[in-house]
Design a protein. Structure first.
Length: 322
């Protein structure tokens, strides 16, 4: 029993030491890299979408929403590797003017940054909470999962870790338009005025029928909390639809946005038919929009779906301008 309790502490200390030393070989065996990258992708994509939803440039935002997942994936895949993490540590050491080969006792992990370390939700998950030295608000959370050994499977970063980078917004893309210009199949008419392109009508009528919350269950290998919801999606158009995607937005009764998320559905919905669909959103306790959506009751929620791409049953394709 004492060995089992001590083991995750030893694993966590070993990981922190490897991260501080920039030891790629040690990092490789102490992290479930696939799970770690998947969690960070979800967090960063949600943060990017939240930022873009408040952008005033609908065209730039639409293009950014389409490109953001590919950019996030490339960034996560490039940096969140044993070699990438070790390289980042090495760059930090050089910036500080320290000797990267010096791993003396004076360069050990500062255990005072650990605010909490214990099992979480069961004996197969271990949570470590690290103090955020730059702000007194959100901490760093590390979740270790037992899969034959203790490995890091989830890293939850403070909001400002993403926000600082996202606040440095690039200039809106300059796209020359003419009377014959077409972007992703949607016509845009150029003029000297600042009028926005007219969106195509949506073929859907969407209603929110249920909203709930599912807590993690580590004993069943379920390590994620989820906000759950059910939709009815009516095809009010004239063509049968094979698959579609778009942006799902939850608002309060006064149409103030609570949370937006990309949604892709690969289920058929015939013209005039209604599809019942159950979905879930991985809950991030450090995102205000997730907290607000979790706490909102069904009767105080409204929903809007803005379709982006449609694949029809006959094989034709249409991209709407949103």
């Amino acid at each position: 029993m004492l060995f089992w309790i001590a083991w995750p502490y030893y694993a966590a200390y070993g990981l922190l030491t490897a991260m501080k030393d920039g030891d790629a070989r040690a990092l490789e065996t102490r992290v479930d890299w696939d799970q770690l990258r998947a969690g960070l992708r979800a967090d960063l994509n949600a943060m990017v979408l939240q930022k873009l939803s408040h952008s005033g440039n609908s065209l730039a935002s639409g293009l950014a929403v389409a490109l953001a997942p590919a950019i996030v994936n490339q960034m996560i895949d490039g940096y969140i590797t044993p070699q990438g993490m070790a390289a980042l540590v090495g760059q930090k050491r050089q910036t500080k003017g320290s000797n990267t080969g010096d791993r003396s006792s004076g360069d050990r992990v500062d255990l005072s940054i650990i605010e909490y370390a214990f099992f979480d939700g069961g004996p197969l998950t271990f949570k470590v909470q690290l103090r955020n030295e730059k702000t007194s608000q959100d901490p760093f959370l590390l979740l270790f999962k037992w899969d034959g050994t203790w490995r890091l499977s989830r890293l939850m970063l403070p909001k400002e870790a993403f926000a600082n980078a996202l606040d440095k917004k690039p200039a809106a893309p300059s796209i020359p338009l003419s009377a014959s210009s077409r972007i992703a199949g949607s016509s845009l008419v150029a003029s000297n005025s600042s009028s926005a392109p007219v969106p195509l009508p949506s073929p859907f009528k969407v209603a929110l029928t249920r909203k709930g919350f599912k807590s993690s269950d580590p004993m069943k290998s379920d390590f994620e909390d989820d906000i759950t919801f059910s939709l009815t999606i009516e095809n009010i158009g004239k063509k049968d639809i094979r698959a579609f995607d778009g942006t799902l937005t939850f608002t309060d009764l006064l149409d103030n946005e609570i949370h937006s998320s990309l949604l892709a559905i690969n289920d058929r919905v015939s013209a005039g038919a209604t599809l019942g669909w159950n979905g879930k959103l991985k809950f991030n306790q450090f995102m205000d929009s997730h907290q607000r959506l979790r706490n909102a009751t069904l009767e105080n929620l409204k929903i809007k779906f803005s379709p982006r791409k449609l694949l029809f049953e006959d094989g034709s394709f249409e991209q709407l301008s949103r």
